[in-house]
Design a protein around this ligand. Sequence first.
Ligand code: GTP
Ligand code: K
Ligand code: MG
Length: 444
Amino acid sequence: MSERDTICALASGQPPAAICIIRLSGDAIWKLAGALLDCGLPEPRRATLTKFRDEDGNLIDEGLALFMPGPHSYTGEDTLELYLHGGPAVIEHAISTLIKEPDVRMAEPGEFTRRAFEAGKIDLTEAEGVADIIEAETTAQKAQALRQLTGGLTEQYDHWRAELTGILALIEVAVDFPDEDDAPEETTAPVITKLNRLIGQLEEALGDRGIGEKIRDGFRIAIIGAPNAGKSTLLNRLAGRDAAIVTSRPGTTRDVIEIRRVLGGQVVWISDTAGLRETEDEIEAEGVRRAERVAAEADLRLLMVDGASPELGVLTSHYRQAADMVIVNKADADLSADLPDFNYKISARDGAGVAELEAALADFIAKKAASVEAPVITRARHRARLVEGLSCLIAARDALDLGTGAELAAEDVRLAIRHLGAIVGTVGVEDVLGAVFSQFCIGK
Ligand SMILES: Nc1nc2c(ncn2[C@@H]2O[C@H](COP(=O)(O)OP(=O)(O)OP(=O)(O)O)[C@@H](O)[C@H]2O)c(=O)[nH]1
Ligand SMILES: [K+]
Ligand SMILES: [Mg+2]
């Protein structure tokens, strides 16, 4: 399998559909069009109605063909799109005919976009934006992906790299000072100022509390509380289905059970957890550990209290303080006179108060998502490189500050440039390309 094979894929969704799009990129298009399309190779960029035949001259379908010659195409190569009727038999006949040609094969996931990247049409963050916009389910995900695929992240990272290249040039001048053991302060002071400004900017970007990644991957709500408080009952109600087992026996839930919802315009994962209590039971104890871990990682912790018997609750100040909202459940039953302070009172079983609670959850998540404007980190990959870049800059600054060596500082700045370059994909990315593009769907 050669990288320069002509690739072919169904770019549109699952058949049957009114129309399907079959996409080809590579040199074999000329030959294929000549042999299989009654119109021959269509005039560039002009949708052309044509009959499409197999190698024996049998009609596959009639549809439109669109030829986009390289380099002004998505992949930078010659590309051809065929718009046919989107039935399974048409698609099967069309694709099996196309891949009979020796240099034509099915595309790997993301291979069209990978070729666009390799042709220098887009950088890696823009390629990720393409993958994200296809997956986007919420308006917020779509907006973030669109910003990324139109170069919103590229701009920021390129700006930082340009600043660093300037700083590197200044340090190199200092390194070259002939008569000194090390650079004089007059030359290092302005460099330190510039470095500090950049350090501040990277720290600010990293201080985004992960909002960009959460908009993409989902925010997390953890339901925690004493055994039998009604956590699983609430989860099922929020899910609108029987996701978790509910019984009257305390200690029913052990594993973490997650459901996915869109709340406040964001994807949200809601976790039901094991009731928190001291227990001899090994399995339940593991459940409690998992519950605590999930709670620690959540964006919103809902502490549920059994309103009929709050004394059963693990209402230690530890859990109360960690909770973002305290919910009293079983409002339909005889409520204890001795209720703790709470935010909402509901009956998870009957549904009373649940709509208000849901609205509050949505509001909380929406506010959290809006708390950072235009985050420049949308994946763990970006964060890891930015963290490394930042520590290089701090090392460079300290080396200049302490006068331990402009040479060392220059090396650290070079490393920082590499880390930022890896985010946009200009350097050292061979190892991540596979990971990035394999997440794509086929045909993109
Ligand atoms: N009266 C009343 N009973 C409820 C309500 N919600 C849950 N229950 C009951 O309380 C019992 C425990 O409910 P679960 O949802 O299993 O409670 P849990 O907090 O998940 O319990 P564990 O998983 O064991 O920690 C069940 O018998 C439920 O039917 C409610 O709003 N009102
Ligand atoms: K239970
Ligand atoms: Mg449960």
